[in-house]
Design a binder for this molecule. Structure first.
Ligand SMILES: [Mg+2]
Length: 313
């Protein structure tokens, strides 16, 4: 073809990069995670939601809190949170995805913080299961006994060593800006996919209006505070890890125009009640800025092909 860009290695995120996960999948993951936490705690869902918000704010992911405070098996948690008998009806892709991926020259690897079975199932439904030479899922992200999902740099350095490629030849294609930011600092080029972003990530843990759980919450909080005092040494390490794709959609890091002249922030997103789809349609984020660590910004995959020369591919 006369194209010399075949040396580029594209690392593709899955959820909200190659398909629209905000539409049905993330809300379902959210419900499944809350139900799982409620089962482990033996609590109602409102209490489980509040515990999730607490863990999410402190550790960056519900799972990390569940591992630390409840000795939850990560594989079991992730399997339960990604169990969708109706997945085929939930995956939404844009027309031309397969063609767009096929036309893109270079090696392509899928890297997702989601479990492998889920990723393979989504890829099959989306028709992109033959577009990638390798799938790196959460199960592949253990480094020296610790789970190190995106945006961990040790995990990615190991992957690049395994596939024999230098960072400057890699382009990470992602919707989550915190991942792009972490990896840009390693010398990796970045493509930010904005087409599936929403102003409020529906998968985020959210506060359910309080019922009778206030006393139990206070007890939970004091129990957590006591455990915290025993685990201070681990906190910094765990804070550096962002876990579970559905929870790492961080609107606080995305410069969006929220219509009020300000930017959404973590506090707002984490404490806002979940929007009711029947009377408040989800609003698509209008992304107004391109952060310095983003090399190219595209709405959808087919624009990637058009813009790839801008980053020297
Ligand atoms: Mg994503």
């Amino acid at each position: 073809m006369g194209d010399t860009s075949g040396d580029t290695v594209w690392l593709f995120d899955l959820d909200n990069t190659l398909h629209d996960a905000s539409h049905a999948i993330f809300p379902a993951i959210n419900r499944l995670m809350t139900a799982y936490v409620a089962r482990v705690l033996g609590s109602d869902e409102a209490t489980a939601s509040r515990v999730r918000v607490d863990y999410w704010q402190r550790y960056g992911a519900t799972l990390l809190g569940m591992i630390r405070h409840h000795q939850v098996d990560p594989a079991d948690f992730l399997r339960a949170a990604h169990d969708f008998p109706e997945l085929a009806d939930m995956v939404r892709v844009r027309r031309g995805l397969v063609a767009g991926l096929s036309r893109l020259p270079g090696r392509k690897i899928l890297v997702t913080n989601a479990p492998r079975d889920y990723a393979l199932a989504v890829m099959a439904v989306a028709g992109i299961d033959r577009c990638f030479e390798r799938v790196v899922a959460i199960e592949d992200m253990w480094v020296h006994g610790h789970l190190r999902p995106k945006p961990d740099r040790r995990m990615l350095r190991r992957l690049l060593a395994q596939i024999g490629v230098a960072p400057h030849r890699v382009v990470l294609v992602e919707d989550t800006v915190s991942h792009l930011k972490h990896y840009a600092a390693m010398g990796i080029r970045t493509a930010w996919v904005t087409g599936f972003l929403r102003t409020l990530a529906p998968s985020r843990p959210h506060v359910v209006p309080a019922q009778a759980g206030a006393a139990r919450d206070a007890a939970t909080r004091s129990m957590l505070a006591a455990e915290d005092r025993q685990h201070v040494g681990h906190t910094a390490q765990e804070r550096s890890v962002t876990l579970v794709a559905a929870e790492s959609q961080d609107p606080s890091a995305v410069p969006v125009n929220d219509g009020a002249g300000g930017e959404s922030n973590a506090h707002t997103a984490a404490t806002a009640p979940q929007m009711q789809p029947d009377h408040t349609p989800r609003v698509r984020a209008r992304v107004v800025n391109r952060p310095g660590y983003v090399d190219i910004k595209v709405q959808l995959m087919h624009q990637l092909l058009r813009q790839k020369r801008r980053i020297g591919s």
